[in-house]
Design a protein around this ligand. Sequence first.
Ligand SMILES: *Cc1c(COP(=O)(O)O)cnc(C)c1O
Length: 404
Amino acid sequence: MKRARIYMDHHATTPVDPRVLDAMLPFFTEEFGNAASRSHSFGWRAEEAVEKSRETIAGLIHAGPKEIVFTSGATESDNLAIFGTAEFLWERGKHLVTCGTEHLAVLDCCRRLANRGFEITYLPVDATGRVSPDDVRAALRPDTILISLMVANNEVGSLHPISEIGKIAKEHKVLFHCDASQAVGRIPVDVEAMGVDLLSFTAHKLYGPKGIGALYVRKKNPRVRLAPLLHGGGHEGGLRPGTLNVPGIVGFGKACEIAGDVLLEESSRLRELRDRLHRGIVSELEEVHLNGHPELRLPNNLNLSFSYVEGESLMLAMDDVAVSSGSACTSATQEPSHVLKAMGVSDELAHTSLRFGLGRFNTREEVDYVVGRVVESVKKLREISPLYELALDERRGSRAGGLR
Ligand SMILES: *Cc1c(COP(=O)(O)O)cnc(C)c1O
């Protein structure tokens, strides 16, 4: 029998949608112009394609095209938002507010700023991975210049109460940055309704190419000003010099156009598949714990801890299924995920966690196959687990009237 190879790691990256690739291809060959070339039609055509994409991309998050700055991805967007604000506003204040479950692209920027004399407040999260708006309010000080919180977590999918926090930020005249890499294209994102001033996102999480992303920078109420990270030309309103990645931008635009068209239908389809995966697994296995919020999370995310089974061993046992254990970004280290840790999950359970991320091209057949592989692999691994053996013995012991 042919062995399946199933991809269920869509929080790490997504395949390029064939329609996106088709839209990009001409911009590598015939339409290869530099969008900044003003003297000929090669340049004009490239610029036209870039501006059309910018409008589509802005539309998906309810922004204006002038509020979109192209970057190399969400990591760069996070860096530009955080360092750009810090460098522009340091004379007004040197205090930032963020949270322990953020992506390293945010946490590492904050750590760097802390080394340069800024103060960072790391808000706690509850057991489901969410911050409380009251904690945000309580953390604000006269010298606070930025709140940075993600819309949706990349490991457990939990959604922060962004609109409520946006209101608090506005009341206190503090800028609000959101890393929305996991949210854009998966759930509705509206920078006006959410009260967000800066928003990072990236094409490769929504079926676009890698290496292209954007930072939304609010133009009015208030007009946000940033210092650039890179220097060398006036591109992107002076915020991000360098020749534009035209094929990437065209692909990003097409990906956003498709996302806008299919978002509601796709998210309900993925939610159904995700719930089917979850039900299938827990109906066959005991001691499986859900990490994250049961409802307020991304429709395609499922993060489970399988007691007595190392996540790494489980992944090896079902190596025809692509998922991830701990955090994909830090799984080179043996440290349990910083996200699960911040949520108060014990190291023991964190080590047994697996993240499933469903996507556009996953089918119901694939979900059923994955249920089978997970159940079979967990049972096998538990059979040879001394910890599981011990737990069973204990349970038998107590049932037999506490012989121990
Ligand atoms: C993927 C991801 C990033 C990094 O995006 P790149 O485009 O790969 O730099 C940042 N933040 C979050 C929440 C992500 O999921």
